[in-house]
Design a protein around this ligand. Structure first.
Ligand SMILES: NC(=O)C1=CN([C@@H]2O[C@H](COP(=O)(O)OP(=O)(O)OC[C@H]3O[C@@H](n4cnc5c(N)ncnc54)[C@H](O)[C@@H]3O)[C@@H](O)[C@H]2O)C=CC1
Ligand SMILES: O=C(O)C(=O)COP(=O)(O)O
Length: 523
């Protein structure tokens, strides 16, 4: 896999990818035009907040399969365009939360005690002790907007400074807020009551301009505003006016509407504004953490393993992820097997039984659809499988239930409108097995070249098949006959062959006395 890195990440992360045989090129600081011209040769792209991964970049990419964001915010990546092109976007949630929270605290203390201004004054030869009167934090109220990973860590640290913590986050539970001693309130109440307002929400269509001129107007007089999340969440012009007029006592900003900002940004002329150049995540620890997370995701992808933190796929915790992994392989193989027997699939019903019914299974469904569609649609993967299946009008139904004799069972009933096939499988640790095809009980690891056929249960059929394959010099490595209902009737045969048979061999096989049909599938 060829990997392009366009923002600075630690050497350790680059070496990690190289040690797994990945070819890594580092080209930091390149323009969009340069990126567009070189992206076609790469399968993976690693960025931070500096590179803008626009639709134009994504459309120019010919082989790109994964974009790794060594950090959290993905607002610099056109995720929708990536999804449409089947490109997985991964980030590294949590790895930089503490560093960003610490930076937020540093900004709060800096603006409340006017440290940068005082530092400048001393270095310029003055001794202005009366000028730099600050505000004690103890007993003051801090309003945390967005009680996610960073917001939570900020709240925790504010408590240690003996502050009252209010939080506004419509997506978080009361219990989570209580854990940290924060009181959940609505946005207006938070703004009216807080001496310090700090923002920790992602930049989305919903949050853009969240702290508008109207919202600033309802803030407490003499309050401070801290933005260590994203530019564009705060109306910079309105913030400037509020600071200039003395409505707000000060602001501390790590992020800007435009990055890098224009040197003549009016906010930079104000004495009561403290600034840093998007440094929240810039610690050695955070960079190693997010860099290694993304490197490992890219290595997983290169090995054909699913990734853990895709923003355009559901996320999973580590235990669920481990449990579900073999089921992803199983589901994909079940999809392939079904596709070999049915052409245009119209409906898929998936049943998760046992422990599997209790975990997040969206990946399993996607893996099954991937197996079903990969022979028909190019560039199908876990990201594109679901939208592509929907686009093609495939009805997808998921149900859950109990099971006896296995810990978990995965069942799929797949139909093309005329015929259907039903397959069931299970996993034992990391090993996956198919245990039923239609009404036939089987038990095999679906790996390798298979010929699957139906035949009349009468003497001589299996011998004739053996002779045919022998004649064409195809070694039969394994054979399994799934019997249903005792002697006679129609039975299922699975042949594991060392080499794929040609269409002519399969035609010859179907013509043999007693054979009803036969298909080849690579599992
Ligand atoms: N300055 C820097 O270098 C860094 C900045 N960040 C930024 O900080 C922000 C937060 O990051 P994390 O805590 O890791 O993300 P997160 O996803 O853990 O937390 C975001 C929180 O915002 C809440 N939220 C979403 N929409 C909301 C709305 N309309 N109103 C109120 N709350 C809302 C969510 O429920 C969630 O709890 C992101 O914008 C991220 O990009 C993160 C790391 C470093
Ligand atoms: O992780 C984030 O969201 C950040 O804002 C950090 O950005 P950076 O990786 O330092 O460019």
């Amino acid at each position: 896999m060829k990997v392009l890195v366009t923002d600075p990440i630690p050497d350790e992360a680059i070496q990690r990818m190289r040690s797994e045989g990945l070819e890594v090129d580092v080209r930091t600081g390149i323009s969009e035009d340069e990126l567009v011209s070189i992206i076609p040769e790469y399968e993976a792209l690693v960025v931070r907040s500096g590179t803008k991964v626009t639709r134009r970049v994504i459309e120019a990419a010919k082989k790109l399969r994964i974009i790794g964001r060594a950090g959290v915010g993905v607002d610099n990546i056109d995720v929708q365009a990536a999804t449409q092109h089947g490109i997985i976007v991964v980030n590294a949630p949590g790895g930089n939360s503490v560093s960003t929270a610490e930076h937020t605290l540093a900004l709060i203390l800096a603006v409340a005690r006017r440290i940068p201004q005082a530092d400048r004054s001393v270095k310029e030869g003055r001794w202005e002790r009366k000028k730099f009167i600050g505000m004690e934090l103890r007993g003051k109220t801090i309003g945390v907007i967005g009680l996610g990973k960073v917001g939570f860590e900020v709240a925790k640290r504010a408590k240690a400074l003996e502050m009252n913590v209010l939080a506004y986050d419509p997506y978080i539970s009361e219990e989570r807020a209580k854990e940290i001693g924060a009181k959940l309130v609505d946005l207006d109440e938070l703004l009216k009551s807080s001496d310090i307002v700090t923002i920790h929400v992602p930049k989305t269509k919903e949050t853009e301009g969240l702290i508008s001129r109207e919202k600033i107007a309802i803030m407490k007089d003499g309050a401070y505003l801290i933005n260590c999340a994203r530019g564009g969440l705060v109306d910079e012009k309105a913030l400037y006016d509020a600071l200039k007029e003395g409505k707000l006592a000060g602001a501390a900003l790590d992020v800007y509407e435009k990055e890098p900002p224009d040197a003549n940004n009016p906010l930079f002329t104000l004495e009561n504004v403290v600034t840093t150049p998007h440094l929240g995540a810039s610690t050695k620890e955070a960079q190693i953490s997010v860099g290694m997370t993304v490197a490992n995701e890219i290595i997983n992808m290169a090995k054909g393993l699913p990734v853990r933190n895709a923003v355009n796929l559901p996320s999973m915790d580590a235990r669920e992820y481990e449990y579900i992994m073999p089921y992803l392989k199983l589901a994909e193989k079940m999809g392939r097997l079904a596709a070999s027997r049915l052409r245009a699939v119209r409906s898929v019903r998936i049943t998760f039984r046992g422990r599997l019914a209790e975990v997040k299974t969206e990946f399993v469904t996607r893996a099954l659809l991937k197996g079903l569609l990969e022979g028909i649609v190019s560039n199908i993967n876990l990201v594109s499988a679901l939208p592509v299946a929907r686009e093609r009008g495939i009805a997808i139904e998921e149900t859950r239930g109990d099971v006896e004799s296995y810990e978990s069972l995965l069942e799929a009933e797949i139909s093309n409108g005329e015929r259907s096939i039903s397959i069931a499988g299970t996993c034992f640790g990391s090993e996956y097995r198919i245990v039923r095809i239609d009404r036939y009980k089987v038990d095999f690891v679906p790996e390798g070249h298979y010929v699957i056929s139906l035949h009349e249960d009468k003497p001589g059929v299996i011998g004739r098949v053996g002779t045919l394959f022998g004649k064409h010099n195809i070694n039969i490595a394994g054979m399994l006959v799934g019997r249903y209902g005792g002697r006679g009737g129609v039975q299922l045969m699975l042949l594991l062959v060392d080499d794929p048979p040609s269409d002519e061999v399969l035609d010859e096989m179907v013509k043999l006395d007693g054979i009803i049909d036969a298909v080849y599938v690579h599992l």
